[in-house]
Design a protein around this ligand. Structure first.
Ligand code: SF4
Length: 425
């Protein structure tokens, strides 16, 4: 699928268990699915194989813990976390296993109990009140002209900070997930609601993740949306480009052909389809990502990115600037940077509002305006996305910021004052 891969390009060989894995295998999506680390027993097996005997706590390396101690710390985190374990080989291969505790990808996808801190008292499982704003199960209709369709609850990799931890992935020790199984009946009801609302013009097809829609289902959903006179735009949301990019070039897999087909159909119908993806750190971008981005560009698929601001991952100007520039250079439009939602068990990853305000102030002007993301807060309680800097008040002592969302109506929302709370510590 990718000819002439240079041996020094084979970054996955640095991960001890893939030292002998060929490019043909590593870049095949079938191999990627078969080698995805899912569930605790596979996780323990993987960590036992890749971790050094002594793991440094920080970059100085002066303090270490044993491999077994870190594995136990992660297992304790798994029993606390709201998201199940599933991580693709691509993401695992981008982690520095010599010093994982300071690695920004390890920090995003692996729960470590000893670094977790107690939740803010106001965090909730479904902080955006998606279930309350769903007239049909799996269809969130919050904005007047836009709705979010959730056809599946499965993703190629699970993020600890997922805003949809109430429904996405397998049950965990702490959360029994709301069922969003991909059934024909549920899809028909959601699509019927979309068709019945003339004011709806814009649909996000997410989940879960569109990477877990079979190619024929991607086409079916795309064709049904295109055929609706009220729908002008739609997007498929998928983290796939960030966590398993080689699938985009894998000729034995039909997903990207289906996506390009729907994009072409939409364009011919005078409508717009886009792929929305989710990169959080420059280390997630490799030559494989660049090739995948190039293929989508040449096929005329618009790709936009949504980043979540995470403490210790991307909350400094240099990292965020590099990420935005890398995305822009690969024709992936940096659309949003989100303040981390007030969801459970990720307090150690949340930042105060001031961090996102400072980042925007520092970065604006360093890149063309149309490549500058909007820095937003998705308001707890279902007020929708607001520019972080548009707060009505922000008390830096108490860490409480308030916002209004006059365009988001329903259930007394138009006059409501929404509050976002900085992390307690
Ligand atoms: S890819 Fe998106 S939906 Fe899936 S776990 Fe991550 S944040 Fe949640």
């Amino acid at each position: 699928m990718v000819e002439n891969v240079n041996r020094q390009d084979e970054f996955w060989r640095k991960t001890p268990i893939w030292a002998d894995t060929s490019a043909k295998d590593f870049l095949s999506y079938r191999w990627s699915v078969a080698n995805t680390v899912q569930g605790t027993s596979k996780l323990v097996k993987f960590l036992s194989a890749v971790l050094p005997e002594n793991v440094p706590f920080d970059n100085s390396g002066s303090r270490t813990q044993t491999r077994e101690e870190l594995i136990q710390d992660v297992l304790d985190g798994v029993t606390t976390a709201t998201m199940a374990i599933r991580i693709t080989p691509y993401i695992l291969s981008r982690i520095n296993w010599e010093a994982p505790r300071t690695d920004p990808l390890f920090r995003q996808f692996l729960p470590v109990r000893s670094i977790m801190i107690p939740d803010h008292p106001n965090v909730t499982l479904d902080s955006l009140h998606e279930e309350a704003d769903s007239p049909v199960k799996g269809l969130v209709h919050r904005y007047p002209d836009k709705a979010l369709f959730l056809p599946t609850s499965v993703c190629p990799t699970y993020c600890m900070f997922c805003t949809r931890s109430y429904a996405v992935g397998a049950d965990t020790d702490t959360v029994t997930k709301a069922s969003l199984k991909p059934t024909r009946k549920r899809w028909d009801e959601a699509l019927a609601h979309i068709a019945s609302q003339p004011q709806l013009h814009d649909i996000v097809v997410s989940g879960g993740d569109s990477y877990y829609l079979a190619p024929e289902h991607l086409v079916q959903i795309g064709e049904r949306l295109i055929a609706m006179p009220n729908i002008r735009r739609f997007r498929f949301a998928s983290k796939g480009l960030a966590v398993a990019p080689s699938r985009i070039m894998d000729r034995s897999d039909g997903w990207v052909d289906a996506l390009i087909h729907v994009s072409d159909l939409a364009r011919k119908a005078g409508k717009a389809m886009a792929l929305h993806t989710h990169f959080n750190h420059p280390n997630e971008i490799s030559w494989v990502t660049r090739l995948a981005g190039r293929k989508l560009l040449e096929a005329g698929v618009t790709v936009r990115n949504q980043t979540v601001l995470l403490r210790g991952v991307n909350d400094d100007v240099e990292t965020m600037s590099t990420l935005i520039r890398e995305l822009a250079d690969n024709n992936i439009y940096p659309y949003y940077v989100y303040q981390c939602d007030m969801v459970k068990k990720v307090e150690h990853l949340r930042t105060p509002l001031q961090t996102i305000l400072d980042l925007e102030a520092q970065i604006r002007g360093s890149i063309a305006g149309f490549m500058m993301p909007q820095f937003v807060v998705d308001l707890p309680g279902g007020g929708g996305k607001r520019l972080a800097c548009s707060f009505r008040s922000y008390d830096r002592e108490t860490g409480v910021s308030t916002y209004l969302a006059p365009a988001v109506k329903g259930r007394g929302k138009a006059d409501r004052v929404y509050e976002y709370y900085d992390p307690v510590q």
